[in-house]
Write a protein that binds this ligand. Structure first.
Ligand code: AMP
Length: 281
């Protein structure tokens, strides 16, 4: 396994590999790797000749009062996990390498990026799509792997790849959870034991939504209302949003029908967590 820090060197390696007929899978991450990331890596290893894991805590997707500085960066642990998993290359550029002086170009997916998490994190998805476009150009992947955990992000990236004709197949993989139901996240490391226990309420609320919809409830407000009551039983929980939206346009549905995304974001102490489930009714 090699760690590459320059865009030019990464492009040279990937161009050469493609010319030799090798397929390339890219797994974009911000590091602090856990089993959720490893599941994406495994999928890439299975489908491709070469797997590149990018590790980059992307400054432009964090708001001014968010956790960019604090975000965990366990560099050698991440390298060991990648090596153990069988990754071929880690692409770990510096912020200066990705955004040199004079940088002026952003990719913005309209509408999809301003709802749900985009409403509470203005500019977040513009930062995400910009960095992913740059990672696609640096690593020249045939396939790129994203987690359903960040469902809105995956939908936005699929839109971007289509709209901008990136020759990349965007794969979206299932959410990996702890036994308790809590979705794995690098930000879970911020949680104390008791906040972590409280945070389990998110996946329980999503299970409740699935159950209600299976029982025939079609009024989204009835479902989100019951979810809110359940989430509010956790002392530390502060709901940011609970929404039931169409998976294509991320617009709130008036009646639960077809493929819907039930998405939730809530604060537990100073940590904002998200979770979701896709339902076909
Ligand atoms: P991050 O490092 O948090 O930016 O995540 C990198 C990728 O891993 C994103 O595509 C995430 O959706 C995905 N991911 C993070 N947590 C999970 C999880 N629990 N299950 C599946 N994928 C995940």
């Amino acid at each position: 396994m090699r760690v590459i820090r320059s865009v030019k060197q990464m492009q040279d390696i990937c161009r050469k590999a493609r010319r030799a007929g090798s397929s390339i899978g890219l797994v974009p991450t911000m590091g602090a790797l856990h089993e959720g990331h490893i599941s994406l890596i495994r999928a890439s290893l299975k489908d491709n000749d070469i797997t590149v894991v990018s590790i980059f805590v992307n400054p432009i997707q964090f708001g001014p009062s968010e956790d960019f500085k604090q975000y965990p960066r366990p560099v050698s642990q991440d390298e060991a996990l990648c090596r153990e998993a069988g990754v071929d290359f880690i692409f770990r550029p510096s912020a200066g390498e990705m955004y040199p002086a004079g940088f002026k170009t952003y990719v913005d997916v309209l509408e999809l990026g301003s709802v749900l998490c985009g409403a509470s994190r203005p500019g977040h998805f513009r930062g995400v799509t910009t960095v992913v476009a740059k990672l696609f150009n640096a690593c020249l992947p045939d396939r790129a792997y994203f987690g359903r955990k960040d469902a809105q992000q995956a939908i936005i990236i699929q839109r971007m790849a289509k709209d901008l004709n990136f020759p990349v197949s965007v794969k979206v993989m299932p959410i990996v959870r702890e036994k308790s139901g809590l979705a794995l996240s690098s930000r879970n490391t911020y949680l104390s034991q008791s906040l972590k226990r409280d945070a389990q309420v998110l996946s329980r609320a999503l299970c409740l939504a699935r159950k209600l919809i299976r029982q025939g409830v079609r009024d989204p407000e009835r479902v989100t209302g019951k979810m809110a009551s359940l989430i509010n039983t956790a002392k530390s929980a502060k709901i940011d949003y609970i929404s039931i939206v169409s998976t294509e346009h991320l617009k709130p549905v008036r009646v639960i029908r077809g493929s819907c995304l039930v998405a939730v974001a809530a604060w537990f102490g100073g940590t904002r967590l998200i979770d979701n489930t896709v339902i076909s009714a």
